[in-house]
Design a protein around this ligand. Sequence first.
Ligand code: ADP
Ligand code: ZN
Length: 201
Amino acid sequence: MTPFLRGPMGWVEVICGPMFSGKSEELIRRLRRAQIARQRVQVFKPVIDDRYSREEIVSHSEQRIPARNVHAAREILELMDPRTQVVGIDEAHFYDDEISSVVESLANMGKRVIVAGLDLDYLGQPFDHVTRLLAQAEEITKSLAICMRCGNPASRTQRLVPSEERIVVGGASAYEARCRQCFEPRLGQVELPLEERRAGT
Ligand code: ADP
Ligand code: ZN
């Protein structure tokens, strides 16, 4: 069969793992390579707080790439240029449930879709819409950080500032990477008695 008889085929790549594992770095690396090869690239980032939303993705290692801010997954489809070949989506866990159908539509339009996001929340529970993306994907990369307690491979994000909110925006002062042995989900919860929290950290 002649290749490309049906036009270019799209697909979905997911990069998942805890905070500080290099998801944004890897996303930026893949997008830059596509840009160097003169492919048409569009990059999106969810806005959590309008006051601090710069139009770029910045990794913890200060690598950056311009990105369009969006408030909902559907906006990605609305803003899509038909000529775009590669779509980058960071912080997939921050989007609404519609993100999986949006990603599916883009891949079915023939675009290469690269999505990065946390697979687990601060309690170690999966983000359901990211889990769905993993099932949809043609290719999955699970990146690991280094446990800040013991140096083992870290797959969990430890919240250091107690809150019951599932989403609390913060960097190295609010979170650190931990392995499954050192991960203490109760530390991130407010109901932990003060004396235990003091003893734990
Ligand atoms: P993610 O998008 O997964 O949060 P980033 O790509 O933004 O990760 O940042 C990865 C960078 O974070 C690393 O290259 C390193 O400079 C830094 N970093 C900070 N803490 C850690 C850690 N515990 N393990 C590995 N890298 C870390
Ligand atoms: Zn550890």
